[in-house]
Every structure is written in structure tokens, then in C-alpha cells.
Ligand binder design. Structure first.
Ligand SMILES: Nc1nc2c(c(=O)[nH]1)N[C@H]1C(S)=C(S)[C@@H](COP(=O)(O)O)O[C@H]1N2
Ligand SMILES: [Mo]
Length: 528
């Protein structure tokens, strides 16, 4: 149709396009490889997926301050941001591999293969890794390299053919057989990547369904659960947190899929005799039911990482007594099914509080995200030193002899939950109507006498007592509310709690690291 322009005038734009095309081939090849690896992993062990393996390694290697910053900045999305960044980095390098492959396919293939070697190494470096964990990365490498070579071969081997002698018109580039070939190949690979990624997701979701286990009733039941303030004031946090709304904090990018029939709990270390229990063994022991509020040490003042649930489990001391704890131990080093460790001060865990080896949450088996089949729940201690999910081993040892995951990252070893209170309504920087309003929220003082009083100060004025919701025990949070005749203007609301031991919430500000945040929540509200 058109006359071939002289090479210099069209070369810049076309050259750019061709480069983009080859970079795109690299990216597409990486996507196909990743999807194939992810699908393979969802059939074997989801944690061995190349993306998750690299992501988990990055989490473990991330310095504590940066992790804190990520949790603060991205909140519950911190893992999405992490996986997204890892993926972006991989795709960038894959683009480079595509560019390399234009002139030297072997070099491009090698760079792509190197990326998957790193992923395979990350998968194998996991504490409980099996040799088969390298399979998804191998599949990713073979698929990715295969896709890249196919795309490069399908593309025009020489995108700058010299104009035929005599300068006759050329065929239009978009209909050249090679261009069509690469487009067809890209289309096929794109569809394949989407299908494999979709299938992998679907499979993983299917396997995430809670396991079908029946739990016996507790021999020691919790009292009848009262109606919460949320029935009157829906903006106030529900008195019991449904499992699907319960905050989740752990180092995992995926969720361990534990087969309850193969699962065993071992108690060893400084004990009279090592004990190994099956899930059935555990259920045959006396079960107690307790309402306990969990809190994460990473929760900032006014933050969301706190939840209240009814837990079913065996008393931790009953389990430890089976093994007979020796005299030298000062910590329980618990290990999850993936080798992650959490340390708990032995004296606190066994001081008579309702520490549980828990099997149930809110009337059902533990959800997989929250530790199925068995986790620890210990009132009054932040989750990172007490609430081991996917529990597999408890080793009686000393802090001098062994250190746990977060201890190695400079977090405190003794971290009682700090007395805290939160304003749920009105929201920070909300604009509300003048007149009758309600200020309300929750407060917690687990194992410190519970919440005895909550007080609110408006615009820095005198502390006024709030009304409390139902009392579910000292290890449970307490809802509170206060009527407020809101007058037009901008107002500051501050809250503080007093615990059953008469201690008032500390106004001194502290960041979550290394032993939990303190300070009073203060919000600004506009009234019109
Ligand atoms: N195996 C394992 N258990 C774990 C963690 C973890 O990373 N791995 N995180 C702990 C932390 S920091 C907290 S706050 C609680 C959170 O429990 P949840 O996710 O059920 O709310 O689990 C604890 N148990
Ligand atoms: Mo935590």
C-alpha cells in the first residue's frame, strides 16, 4: 500500500516498537512460567509456588523496621504489596531477558532460567522444605524458557530486511507471516497463562475450605454469650468477631494445608518423657471453652489487629503435665508445621490463666487461616509470643539455649498486652450532624482485671465516664459508649481505659516495636 520509507526515518519508531515487542515476549514467557509453576504448586504444596517462595524469603529477610513500616503503611495489604513488588521486579528482568533473546536466544533463556533458579532455591531454603518443593520452579523454568524460545522463533528473525533491490513496495508489516506467527503464539500463551493461573487459584481455594471435623462439646462451658452494644449501635465493633472478619497476622503468604489425620503434636525438651498426641488424643482430653480477646503487638493505637472469639481447647497445663515439665526450662518454644517458631514465657503460660491448646473457634473447627487443626491461645500475651497457629511441637527449653523467629528480629520476649481503648464511632475526620450523637468503641485489658472504666475527653476537657457494654470476663474486650450533644465546629475526642487493677491507660506514646504500642487515641471530628 505505502512505499517503503527510507530506513533512517522509520527506524526509530519501529525500533522502539520491536524492542517493546521483545520485552513483551520476555514478560509473557515469565507470566506463563509463573502460572505453570503456581498451578503445579497448588497440586503439590502451595508454599512451594515460585512467587510465594520468593515472597516468604523476602519477608524473612526484611529488617524489622521495614516490616513495621510496611504493616503501618499498607496494613492488611502489606502482603499484596510485597508479592506485587516481587512480581514487578521479576517481570522487569523478564523484559530484559526478552530483549536479550532477540539477538541471542540462549542468553535470554539463561536469564529467565536464573530467575526460576532463585525461586527454586527460596523454596528449598524453607525450614521444612521437601525435595519436591523444587518441582514447581522447574516447571516454571521449562515452561518459561520454552515459551520465550517459541515466541522468539515465531517473531521475524530479521526485523530490518533491506529493501529489495529496485526499491519495490514491501508488504505491510502487520500482515507479514512472522508477525502473525508471533501474535498467534502470544495469544495462545496468554490464554494458557490465564487458564493455569485461574485453575491454580480455584484449586487452592477449594483446598482452603475448612476441614470436615466434628468437635466434642466442652466439659467446662463458657457462660451464655450476651448481646453486644452493636445491636443498638452498629458502628461499634461486634462483641464477638466472626472468624471471617478476624484479623490475620502471620509470616505466611499462603495458608498451610494440614491433613488432620497425619497431624501430631509433640511435647519434648526438658520433660520427663516426650509425648506425641494425635488430634483424636487431644479431643479425648477434657475440653474447655473460653472467651478470649487476641491482640497483635503490631497494632498501633486505635488499630485493627484485635479480635474477640470463643475458643475451645485443652488446657495447656493438662498437655504439659502429660510430658512432665522439668526444672530447667523457662520458655515454651513452639514450632508450627512449617518450622516457624514462637517463644512463650513458661511461668506466665502456666500461672493459672486460661492458656489453651485450641481446636475450635466460635463453635467450629479452627479456620485454616487461624491455625487449623491446633493453635495456642494464651490470654494477656500478645499473639507473637503466645498464639502459635498450625502448632506441631512444644519444646521446653531456655531463652539462653534457643531463640524464636521474632526474638531473632529483636522483638521483646516478655510482652503482656498493654491496656488499650479505641474509638469506633465517629470515625476519624468524619463530618457528623449537630445534635444527639454517640461516641463508642472497645477497650481491652486482658488478664489485668479486665476493663473497669472507660473515659472520654472532649476538646481536652475533663474525663467523662462512658457506659460499658456487657462483661464477658477479664480476658475479653469491653464495648463502651457515651451520648454526646454535638455542637457545630471541629472537635477532638480522646479515650482512655482503666483496668480492674485500677491502672489507667498509659498516655506515653510508644511505637509497636519492640513490645507493643501505647498512648491515647485522639480523633478529630467535624460537626455541622
Ligand atoms: N505459625 C504462626 N503462628 C502465629 C503467627 C505466625 O506468623 N505463624 N503469628 C502470630 C501473631 S504475630 C499473631 S498476632 C497471632 C494472630 O492470630 P490470628 O491470625 O489468628 O489473628 O498469631 C500468632 N501465631
Ligand atoms: Mo502479632
Amino acid at each position: 500500500m505505502s512505499h517503503t520509507p527510507s530506513p533512517p526515518t522509520r527506524s526509530l519508531a519501529r525500533r522502539g516498537l520491536v524492542w517493546l515487542g521483545y520485552a513483551g515476549c520476555g514478560v509473557l514467557a515469565a507470566l506463563v512460567g509463573t502460572a505453570a509453576g503456581h498451578l503445579t504448586a497448588s497440586l503439590l504444596d502451595p508454599a512451594s509456588s515460585p512467587v510465594l517462595a520468593v515472597g516468604s524469603t523476602v519477608i524473612d529477610l526484611t529488617p524489622t523496621p521495614m516490616k513495621e513500616w510496611a504493616i503501618r503503611t499498607f496494613g492488611d495489604d502489606d502482603k499484596t504489596v510485597l508479592v506485587g513488588s516481587v512480581m514487578a521486579g521479576v517481570l522487569l528482568l523478564a523484559g530484559v531477558a526478552g530483549l536479550l533473546a532477540r539477538r541471542r536466544p540462549a542468553a535470554g533463556a539463561a536469564l529467565l532460567a536464573l530467575l526460576t533458579v532463585l525461586a527454586g532455591a527460596a523454596a528449598l531454603a524453607r525450614p521444612q522444605a521437601a525435595v519436591t518443593d523444587v518441582v514447581p520452579s522447574l516447571v516454571a523454568a521449562l515452561t518459561g524458557v520454552g515459551a520465550l524460545l517459541w515466541l522468539v522463533r515465531a517473531a521475524d528473525p530479521d526485523p530490518w530486511p533491506a529493501p529489495p533491490a529496485g526499491g519495490s513496495t514491501s508488504t505491510t508489516p502487520s500482515t507479514s507471516p512472522s508477525r502473525r506467527g508471533v501474535l498467534v503464539a502470544a495469544g495462545v500463551l496468554g490464554v494458557a497463562a490465564a487458564v493455569m493461573a485461574g485453575a491454580g487459584r480455584w484449586l487452592t481455594r477449594l483446598r482452603l475450605q475448612p476441614a470436615d471435623v466434628d468437635l466434642p462439646a466442652a466439659t467446662d462451658r463458657a457462660p451464655r454469650f450476651p448481646a453486644g452494644l452493636e445491636e443498638r449501635f452498629p458502628e461499634i465493633t461486634a462483641l464477638r468477631t466472626p472468624a471471617e472478619d478476624f484479623y490475620r497476622v502471620d509470616t505466611r503468604l499462603d495458608v498451610p494445608l494440614v491433613d488432620v489425620d497425619d497431624w501430631r503434636l509433640t511435647i519434648d525438651g526438658d520433660v520427663r518423657s516426650t509425648v506425641t498426641l494425635s488430634f483424636e488424643d487431644l479431643l479425648a482430653m477434657p475440653l474447655v471453652e473460653r472467651d478470649i480477646t487476641l491482640t497483635c503487638v503490631s497494632n498501633s493505637v486505635g488499630g485493627p489487629y484485635v479480635g474477640g472469639a470463643r475458643w475451645l481447647g485443652v488446657r495447656l497445663t493438662d498437655v504439659l503435665d502429660l510430658a512432665g515439665v522439668g526444672t530447667s526450662a523457662d520458655q515454651i518454644l513452639s514450632t508450627d508445621v512449617d518450622g516457624m517458631t514462637i517463644s512463650t514465657p513458661l511461668d506466665l503460660a502456666t500461672d493459672g490463666r486460661d492458656a489453651l491448646v485450641a481446636v475450635g473457634m466460635n463453635g467450629a473447627a479452627l479456620p485454616r487461616e487461624h491455625g487449623f487443626p491446633v493453635r495456642l491461645v494464651i490470654p494477656g500475651l500478645y499473639g507473637f509470643i503466645s498464639a502459635t497457629k498450625w502448632l506441631e511441637r512444644m519444646t521446653l527449653t531456655t531463652y539462653a539455649a534457643e531463640s524464636a523467629y521474632w526474638t531473632d528480629r529483636d522483638w521483646a520476649t516478655d510482652a503482656p498486652i498493654k491496656l488499650a481503648s479505641r474509638i469506633d464511632t465517629p470515625g476519624s475526620f468524619d463530618t457528623i450532624d449537630a445534635g444527639d450523637a454517640v461516641i463508642g468503641g472497645i477497650a481491652w485489658a486482658q488478664h489485668r482485671g479486665g476493663v473497669a472504666r472507660v473515659e472520654v475527653s472532649i476538646d481536652g476537657g475533663a474525663w467523662q465516664p462512658a457506659r460499658l457494654g456487657p462483661d464477658v470476663g477479664e480476658d475479653y474486650w469491653r464495648q463502651w459508649w457515651m451520648p454526646w450533644a454535638a455542637e457545630p465546629g471541629r472537635h477532638t475526642l480522646t479515650v482512655r481505659a482503666v483496668n480492674g487493677d485500677g491502672e489507667t491507660q498509659m498516655p506515653v506514646r510508644a511505637a509497636p516495636f519492640p513490645e507493643g504500642a501505647s498512648g491515647l487515641q485522639e480523633i478529630v471530628v467535624d460537626v455541622e
